[in-house]
Ligand binder design. Structure first.
Ligand code: SF4
Ligand code: SF4
Length: 171
């Protein structure tokens, strides 16, 4: 199945350009959190027909997950969900709206999803500029995750039920 086949029918980027701002795009020498030099916000990519392969290949979680309603569209939510190369469910937040993911429209669902994904050894990590926050069922933990490292959530039996901790280790 091609990446295009995984897009929810009827769903498209439209005026959203959050992936031209939030992540780094090495092919464009674009750092994280800054608009790409070829982005015309609200109008599109100025080099759309010749944009790099990594731009063509990227489709955020909202495009691919029919359970995420219109309020999860990145230009509305001010964050973008995707599965990172290390397998983490990643929520990359617009640094201009750092608290967007804590909005009651999203936060309870993010917590529920994080608990479910933990059972599949898939951590949920929020990126806000240089900050990394690991979402656990009972709390959110600020973590230092250097390049080449990833976070793993461990579950222990505590006196009052399960307890969770974050381990940062080389990938
Ligand atoms: S963040 Fe998602 S919806 Fe927005 S432009 Fe990128 S791929 Fe399209
Ligand atoms: S080249 Fe175009 S599609 Fe790629 S990040 Fe820049 S503006 Fe976005």
């Amino acid at each position: 199945m091609s990446v295009e086949d995984q897009i929810v029918p009827g769903r498209s980027c439209g005026t959203c350009m959050m992936c031209c701002k939030l992540p780094d795009v090495p092919a464009m020498d674009k750092p994280q959190g800054k608009w790409c030099r070829e982005a015309a916000p609200g109008r599109g990519c100025k080099i759309y027909d010749t944009r790099p392969g990594e731009c063509r290949a990227f489709h955020c979680g909202w495009l691919q997950d029919a359970t995420l309603g219109p309020e999860w569209k990145p230009e509305t939510a001010r964050f973008m969900i995707y599965v990172a190369g290390d397998g983490a469910l990643t929520i990359m937040v617009d640094p201009a709206a750092p608290g967007a993911w804590k909005d009651p429209r999203y936060y309870p669902a993010i917590k529920t999803s994080a608990a479910r994904l933990m059972e599949r050894n898939m951590p949920t990590i929020v990126i806000i500029g240089s900050r990394r926050v690991v979402v656990l069922p009972d709390r959110d933990v600020e973590a230092t995750i250097p390049p080449g490292y990833g976070a793993r959530v461990v579950t222990m039996e505590g006196a009052n039920g399960p307890a969770y901790d974050v381990v940062v280790e080389a990938l």
